[in-house]
Write a protein that binds this ligand. Sequence first.
Ligand code: NAP
Ligand code: HSE
Length: 429
Amino acid sequence: MKPIKVGLLGLGTVGSGVVRIVENHQDDLQRRIGAPVVIEKVLVRDLNKARNIGVSPQKLTDDPWSIVNDESIDVIVEVMGGVGLAKECIMAALEQGKQVVTANKDLMALHGGEILHKAAENNCDVLYEASVAGGIPIIRALAEGLASDRITKMMGIVNGTTNYILTKMSKEGAEYSEVLKEAQALGYAEADPTSDVEGLDAARKMAILGTLGFRMQVDLDEVDVRGISKVTKEDILYGKRLGYEVKLLGIAECQDGGISISVQPTMVKQSHPLASVNGVFNAVYVYGEAVGETMFYGPGAGELPTATSIVADLVEVGKNLQFGVNGRYVFLPYKEKQLMSDERIISKYFLLLHVEDKAGVLAQITQTFAKHEVSLESVLQQPNPDNPSAEIIIITHDAVKSAMAEVMKDLSTMKDVVNEIKSVYRVEG
Ligand code: NAP
Ligand code: HSE
């Protein structure tokens, strides 16, 4: 049996996991693919670094082209990260007819279209299961399991760092900055946490899911992004009192051929399954016209969970190589894209306002909502001994996004009534 020869670009957290699973599960892999999997060469940046994975030093190289241009290698597994060299290596590998597996969400969100077209031109596979929600097989679910359905909504907790922070804030009543520091000390959050906490990592993953789920090319700059750095413990506390948990949700919707994709801290009803996804776990809720509600849950990162997805992709690529059918796994978007205008985006909202505590204030506020045809589901005034303003929490019925923007504009000009618009959240569930 001719082995499947792999060139592994990267031997960090994920690359080490790939080596471990290929070694430890070799017998099963061989039976599933019909050929053994051999990791032939491994790219690292620093050849002298001490590593906790036993790879023969003869296999290590710091020259990516000695792997990409090696004619004996069938599959490039890219787990080095970044969008420069990683893209060059993948494009060159595809031009040579090599198969590609990658975990790189940054690359797939920014250049996925170009890479997939190159793969299609060369009848090659490009599989990227690990790029979204690490160990959860959500790409395969959208591309294959739900291929017969029309997906109308996806909501994802696709960033473990922010979910860890929000869970801690909710369970311990702690402030964002305290929990972030603790998460950094424990290694859950990076030294520079911007990409995670400002929602950019989640936005990349939602662009990938949107493209696959709606079969339209979603560009990263079409994802409306707001992170969690302004979420306060008061917001979380008031949310809980009214039966909601704050979660950073990626929300992708498709209605009448129009799509909208966003990432934002959202009040999720406690009875919704996404509200109980805690800690570093990820979950993706998918609504299909025919299937109805489905939800996929599991570890969103980590050495072995992420490597599990990569090696599963290797099994598919290996089977395709055995049958000579590579290229059948290239999912090119085929629908014309139409972005929904704000007049078509509808949801409920949660608002926390600090207002003057005097007669007639509530009436003026509710009139403002009425003027823009935003109907209110509940209004709660909370006494707060630490705050001379009255605190008012409003939950709307389903409202049009552009109408809500008008309400906010008006409220911000009512200086003698509204002292501060403390927070505004979309409501789901
Ligand atoms: P990592 O621990 O930083 O490892 C990166 C590896 O690539 C290291 O072995 C590094 O070499 C090598 N490398 C990087 N740049 C290189 C260059 N220019 N030349 C040669 N070698 C280079 O990263 P990771 O956490 O494994 O993540 C890898 C990819 O998987 C990223 O795209 C990431 O977004 C994605 N991903 C990660 C996770 C996760 O849980 N970590 C989950 C899902 C997806 P040295 O070892 O010599 O430094
Ligand atoms: N930084 C990411 C997270 C890692 O926190 O989920 C997985 O992509």
